[in-house]
Design a protein around this ligand. Sequence first.
Ligand code: HEC
Length: 259
Amino acid sequence: MRVVKKIALRETASDLASARFDAILEITDEGTTSKPDLAVSDSSSRNVGVDRRPSTAESEADTGRRQTRAQQRYRWARRGVAALVALAVVAGAAFAAIVWRPELAPVAPPTRAAFATQDIEKGAALAAIGNCDVCHTIPGGKFYAGGRALPTPFGTVYATNITPDPSTGIGRWSEEAFRRALRSGVARDGHHLYPVFPYDHFIDVNDEDARALYAFLMTRAPVEQAAHPNDLPFPLNWRPVLALWKAPPRFRARALATS
Ligand code: HEC
């Protein structure tokens, strides 16, 4: 009895790709065991003692099945990646639609002559009712120049400068930008404002009252004083998240109807 072991090292395109080599043993019924002819497969010893032809129809079918499975896996992987990309695009678009607000064009700071005296006087009364000065003026500090620290359970927010200073205040804000800030908490450049500024309570302020408040503030003495940075933890220090706080339809419908 002699056993002849013939080893065929076959490399198919897919086997090569996955660095897999198949050793197919053909065992005859005669003879004793002998050491298999284990030729190392590399490109230089390709034809040394190795039968590279497809040994049987069976192994060909096997290879075919493996290839089909690999192709299927590849197709599913591609679909998975495409689905993830589509999901990311949709989620990104939805987030942008909720968060993004346009910048409103800056204007030349309006002069006193641009406002009727009765509007300015009415604005003074409304500012007193709305307590604008309580937050926007540091005790003993410059009128409406901001800087007051307002502690919240989440951290400290500082009131900003709402004097008509063109660089550090609201001097370049149009009346429309002011109205939008008052009713929906969005600054002129489009960033969301913290609700420490109680704009959710000003949603129903009408156009005339907003104009009066604007007239009053824009005729105050401009003070150059940059805003104090807020002291909030992540992610609350990232303003876009504020849009999610405002997202409930109740808030949105009213804010959009009046802004
Ligand atoms: C409870 C405190 C508080 C009151 C009351 C308040 N504000 Fe403010 N306001 C703030 C804070 C804090 C900010 C800054 C918010 C931010 O940085 O996101 C702010 C921001 C603003 C801004 C945006 C300014 C900018 O530079 O982005 C305007 C405009 C404004 N307030 C107007 C008013 C007016 C008008 C009133 C009164 C009707 C008023 N505020 C009452 C706290 C207050």
